[in-house]
Design a protein around this ligand. Structure first.
Ligand code: 5AD
Ligand code: SF4
Length: 481
C-alpha cells in the first residue's frame, strides 16, 4: 500500500501513443481532469499526475510502455505523492497484471473506462490501487461533459468526433478487436449535436473517427433497426453533417474497403464540405496475402473502388496503410504490392513490418518472414512512396489552395503550417518583407503553392491575404517575432 503525504492533486500530464482514437481519448480525459479541478502541466516534471495512454498495435508500441514505466520509477521517487495511471489498448489487453509488475503504478483503466479515472484518482489519494478494464455495451461511455474553457483555449479549429467504436472484422494480424471491443455506433442525433456545438465554438474541420468508420450503423441496418437505434447509412450521416452551419471541412478515418459503397462514392462527388482525401487501408496488393489477412477484398476490388472514387473526384488524394513481411509473403506477393501502390498512385502511405500480436489468428500461421527480408521490403516500399509523394507534390506547384492553419511549423523560425483540403502539409514561407504571415491556428487562408519538398509543400499567402508586421499569432498566444 502506498500512503499519501498530501491531500490534493493539482496538475496532470498525459502522454499519448498510437492512433487518432487514442489522441481523442486523451483529449476527453484531459477534459474530465479539468472538470475535476486539475490543470494541465507543461510536462511530467511539473505534474502531480501522469497518465500514459498506450497503443498495442505492434509489439514496439507495447514495449514502449514497459520502458516508460521502468524510467518513471525515478519520477515517482522524486515526489512520492505523485500518481501514475496507464490507460488505452495495452491496459485493456493486460489489465491489472500491470499493477503487480509495476509497484509504483497507481491505476489502470481500459478503453471503455475513461469516465472512471477521476474516481480512481480519488482512490489513489487514499492509497488504493485500482484497475478498471470492463467492456461496456452502453452508449453512456460516450457521454462527456462539455468542453472545459481550459481545453477550448488550446483549439486550432479542428476536432475529432467519434461515430463508432470497436471492430468486428478480426483481420488476422490485428489486436484491435480485442482492445477496443465489439462495434458500437452512436445515434446520429448525438453526433450531429456534438458537431453543431463544435462548429458554434469555432471548429472549422471535423474528422469522424471509427475503427471501421464507414461500417457506421451497419449492425442496426442489417437487423432493420437503423431508425430505432438512431443510426443511418454512413453516407447519409455525412450529408447531414455537410449541412451544419460553420463546418468547412469534413474528414473521416479509417474506412474499410468492403463498406465503401456507391452512396459513399457519390457523397464525395456531391457534398460540398467533404474533403477530397480518402485514407483507405490496403495492407497488401497480393490476393493470397489479403486472404490470409482475412481482409475480405481482392486487389481488383480495391482498384475498382479507387477508380470509381477518381471518377467522382478526379483530383482525389488517396493514402493508405501497408504491412510487409506477413507470414507466407513471397517476393512475387511483395511485387504485387509495389505494383498496386504504383497503379493507385498513393499520395502517401504508412507502412509497417508485420508484428505478431497475442490472441490474433495470424500468430498461428507458418512461414514467418525473415526479419531482414521484411526490412528490405519495407525500405523498398518507402523508397517508392517517397518518389510518388514528391512527384505528386511537384504536380501541385502553381496551384492555389485553402489552408487550415494548424500552428507553428516544424521548420521553426516562426513559420506557420497547415493542411489543404487534400490533407497535404503546407508550410507557409515568410512574405517578401520577411514578416511572418498574418494568420493564427484555426484560420483558413488562401495560399499559392510555390515549391515541393518530399514531406510538404511550401506556399505563400495569396495576394490580398494580409502579412503581419511583427506579431505571429499561434492559437490564443501572440508571440513577438
Ligand atoms: N503488425 C503490423 N502492422 C499492423 N497494423 C495493424 N496490426 C498490425 C500488426 N500486427 C497496421 C495496419 C493498420 C495500421 C493502423 O496498423 O496497417 O491499418
Ligand atoms: Fe484491425 Fe481489421 Fe478492425 Fe482495422 S478492420 S481495426 S485492421 S481488425
Amino acid at each position: 500500500m502506498i500512503s499519501r503525504a498530501r491531500e490534493t492533486l493539482e496538475t496532470f500530464h498525459i502522454r499519448t501513443y498510437g492512433c487518432q482514437m487514442n489522441v481523442h481519448d486523451s483529449d476527453k480525459l484531459a477534459n474530465l481532469l479539468y472538470h475535476s479541478g486539475l490543470e494541465a502541466a507543461p510536462g511530467p516534471d511539473q505534474a502531480d499526475v501522469l497518465v500514459i495512454n498506450t497503443c498495442s498495435i505492434r509489439d514496439k508500441a507495447e514495449n514502449q510502455l514497459y520502458s516508460d514505466l521502468g524510467a518513471l520509477r525515478d519520477w515517482k521517487e522524486a515526489a512520492p505523492a505523485r500518481v501514475i495511471g496507464v490507460g488505452g489498448c495495452v491496459a485493456q489487453q493486460v489489465g491489472d497484471s500491470l499493477l503487480k509488475r509495476f509497484p509504483h503504478l497507481d491505476f489502470v483503466f481500459g478503453t471503455h473506462n475513461l469516465r472512471q479515472v477521476p474516481s480512481m484518482l480519488q482512490a489513489a489519494l487514499a492509497g488504493q490501487r485500482a484497475s478498471e478494464t470492463g467492456e461496456s455495451r452502453s452508449l453512456e461511455r460516450f457521454d462527456m461533459p462539455e468542453l472545459h474553457p481550459g481545453m477550448r483555449a488550446q483549439g486550432d479549429g479542428r476536432a475529432f468526433v467519434t461515430v463508432m467504436e470497436g471492430c468486428d472484422m478480426f483481420c488476422s494480424f490485428c489486436i484491435v478487436p480485442r482492445t477496443r471491443g465489439r462495434e458500437i455506433s452512436r445515434p446520429a442525433a448525438m453526433i450531429l449535436e456534438e458537431a453543431r456545438s463544435l462548429a458554434a465554438s469555432g471548429v472549422r474541420e471535423i474528422t469522424l473517427l471509427g475503427q471501421t468508420v464507414n461500417a457506421y450503423g451497419r449492425h442496426a441496418e442489417r437487423r432493420g433497426r437503423g431508425t430505432e437505434s438512431g443510426t443511418m447509412a454512413f453516407a447519409s450521416l455525412l450529408a447531414e453533417l455537410d449541412a451544419v452551419p460553420g463546418l468547412e471541412r469534413i474528414r473521416y478515418t479509417s474506412p474499410h474497403p468492403i463498406f465503401f459503397d456507391e452512396a459513399l462514392i457519390r457523397a464525395h462527388a456531391e457534398l460540398e464540405h467533404l474533403c477530397p482525401h480518402v485514407h483507405l487501408p490496403l495492407q497488401s496488393g497480393s490476393n493470397s496475402v489479403l486472404e490470409a489477412m482475412r481482409r475480405r477484398y481482392s486487389r481488383e476490388e480495391y482498384l475498382d473502388i479507387t477508380r470509381a472514387l477518381r471518377q467522382a473526384v478526379p483530383d482525389l488524394a488517396i493514402t493508405t496503410d501497408l504491412i510487409v513481411g506477413f507470414p507466407g509473403e513471397t517476393d512475387s506477393d511483395f511485387s504485387d504490392t509495389l505494383d498496386l501502390v504504383r497503379q493507385v498512385g498513393f499520395v502517401d502511405s504508412f507502412s509497417f513490418k508485420y508484428s505478431p500480436r497475442p490472441e490474433t489468428a495470424a500468430i498461428e500461421l507458418p512461414n514467418a518472414a525473415d526479419s531482414s527480408e521484411a526490412q528490405s521490403r519495407l525500405e523498398a516500399l518507402q523508397v517508392l512512396q517517397r518518389e510518388l509523394t514528391l512527384e505528386h507534390h511537384r504536380s501541385r506547384v502553381g496551384q492555389r489552395v485553402e489552408v487550415l492553419i494548424q500552428g507553428e511549423s516544424r521548420r521553426g523560425k516562426g513559420q506557420l503550417c497547415g493542411r489543404d483540403p487534400h490533407h497535404r502539409l503546407v508550410n507557409l514561407a515568410p512574405g517578401e518583407s520577411g514578416a511572418a504571415p498574418a494568420a493564427r491556428a484555426g484560420d483558413i487562408k488562401t495560399v499559392d503553392l510555390v515549391e515541393a519538398t518530399p514531406h510538404s509543400l511550401i506556399g505563400v499567402l495569396a495576394p490580398g491575404e494580409a502579412q503581419a508586421e511583427s506579431v505571429l499569432q499561434v492559437g490564443s498566444l501572440a508571440l513577438e517575432v
